[in-house]
Design a protein around this ligand. Structure first.
Ligand SMILES: *Cc1c(COP(=O)(O)O)cnc(C)c1O
Length: 440
């Protein structure tokens, strides 16, 4: 093949590797799902899409689900609230089974509503209950900006000085990773002043999965509530939020859950809190129990479920897109088969990088299976080029990843729609970029 050849196989691996990779794809029990998604195209060719960790691809069934709601709105008008299919008033709850199975919750422990950061604020209002010298929040140094800002502003609103009230766990200097021991140690050290522990389930920059169960156990020893931001975990790694006894969690549905840009987020509230209707919260009429909601009384009576944290009547068009996506997860057999393929892809991805690029690329994400999801965070260590320049070249080759400051390319092959062939191609294209002769 000539360097200018631009067929999809142009930057391809040696023939034996290709045969092996094609066999992996042929044997993939989830292979039929790829065809259920729409891929962005450049010059009439599918992009190599490894950025489902940022915005999941559109399932082909989304348009019909959204159109069905538009049709019902057209035909029924306001009657759609009770006569839609499902009735709009029941639409959020109809998603609970599907959403709960993704995160290992009981259906009454989840609610689809608002967006992630808004939900974080709502959860902080409930679970951050400073009292006396117990008034601080533990978070990590590289928390997603929105998490840091939400916590900081929340502290401010409560009259606490954010700087003094945030206990920030540092990652290990050499690896940039968070050690569970260090987190547990900080919890022990600050047990008398901590009112809340708030951490990511899967760190967005490094791709590291934290030991959520152990952290929760450690905090609960001192009766400190624990919340997790699961933006990068939901639909990516297996979760057992109920069994792990986590107090609350928030996530979005536009990343691994493929529900569209700005789609509604979701919350988990453990049943021991959700069932407590006297629990402090910021209230709104949609959180009032359904049967007496329309009596329009000023008193607030929530149901003994996570639905009692809703504020407003929800955007049904967004719920319809989430519904369509959850159907695909159900059809695929839930998180277990997806995780199986994801681990297999991740092993293959690492092996290809190691074989083809050796020490020119450092994988930041930990290799232990219980410490990563789909994403690999890559640091380019190649003289004469920077990570940012490499990312830009990948973009020119229609390879979609993302760049995160200060120094990481995040690449996430997703088991629902990516293939082993694409991983092999990605590594060859990355190699061609590092060799100064990018080719698709
Ligand atoms: C994507 C992401 C968010 C996004 O928050 P929105 O409120 O949905 O914009 C929050 N936290 C983390 C860790 C994320 O990765």
């Amino acid at each position: 093949m000539t360097p200018t050849d631009s067929t999809p196989e142009a930057a391809s691996a040696p023939p034996q590797t290709l045969d092996r990779v094609r066999a992996l794809d042929a044997e993939d029990p989830l292979k039929r799902f790829r065809d259920m998604f729409l891929f962005p195209m450049t010059d009439r060719k599918q992009d190599l899409y490894f950025v489902g960790n940022s915005l999941g691809l559109q399932p082909k069934n989304t348009a019909a689900a959204v159109t069905a709601v538009l049709d019902q709105w057209q035909q029924l008008g306001v009657r759609g609230h009770f006569e839609g299919n499902p009735a709009w008033i029941d639409y959020p709850e109809s998603l609970n089974d599907g959403m709960a199975s993704i995160v290992g919750a009981r259906p009454h422990e989840v609610v689809v509503m608002n967006t992630l950061t808004v939900n974080l604020h709502l959860m902080l209002a409930t679970f951050f209950q400073p009292s006396g010298k117990r008034c601080k929040v533990l978070l990590e140094d590289h928390a997603f900006p929105s998490d840091h800002q939400a916590i900081s502003s929340h502290l401010q609103v409560r009259g606490c000085e954010p700087k003094e009230s945030m206990i920030i766990v540092q990652p290990e200097a050499t690896t940039g990773l968070l050690s569970t021991d260090a987190v547990v140690d900080q919890i022990r050290q600050h047990r008398d002043v901590l009112a809340l522990v708030m951490l990511p389930g899967l760190q967005y920059y490094t791709g590291q999965v934290l030991d959520m169960r152990r952290i929760t156990e450690a905090a609960h020893e001192y009766e400190i509530p624990v919340g997790f931001d699961l933006a990068h975990a939901a639909g990516n790694i297996p979760l057992q939020l109920h069994d792990w006894n986590i107090d609350f969690a928030c996530w979005c549905t536009y990343k691994y859950l493929n529900s569209g840009p700005g789609a509604l987020g979701a919350c988990f509230i453990h049943e021991r809190h959700a069932e407590d209707t006297g629990r402090n919260r910021l209230a709104g009429w949609w959180g009032h129990e359904r049967t007496s909601r329309f009596q329009m009384a000023p008193e607030f009576i929530p149901p003994p479920t996570a639905m009692g944290w809703q504020l407003s009547n929800p955007p049904i068009l967004s719920l319809a897109a989430i519904d369509a996506s959850l159907r695909l997860f159900r059809e695929a057999g839930g998180m277990e088969p997806l995780r199986k393929k994801s681990l297999q892809m991740n092993r293959f991805f690492r092996a290809e990088l190691e074989k083809e690029l050796g020490d020119r690329v450092r994988v930041v994400t930990p290799p232990e299976p219980d410490q990563h999801g789909c994403q690999l965070s890559l640091e380019i260590q190649h003289e004469g080029t920077s990570g940012r320049a490499t990312y830009d070249q990948l973009e020119l080759c229609s390879v979609r990843t993302d760049w995160r400051e200060p120094n990481v390319i995040r690449a996430a092959p997703v088991p629902l729609y990516n293939t082993f062939t694409e991983i092999a191609r990605f590594v060859q294209i990355l190699k061609s970029c590092l060799n100064g002769a990018p080719r698709r």
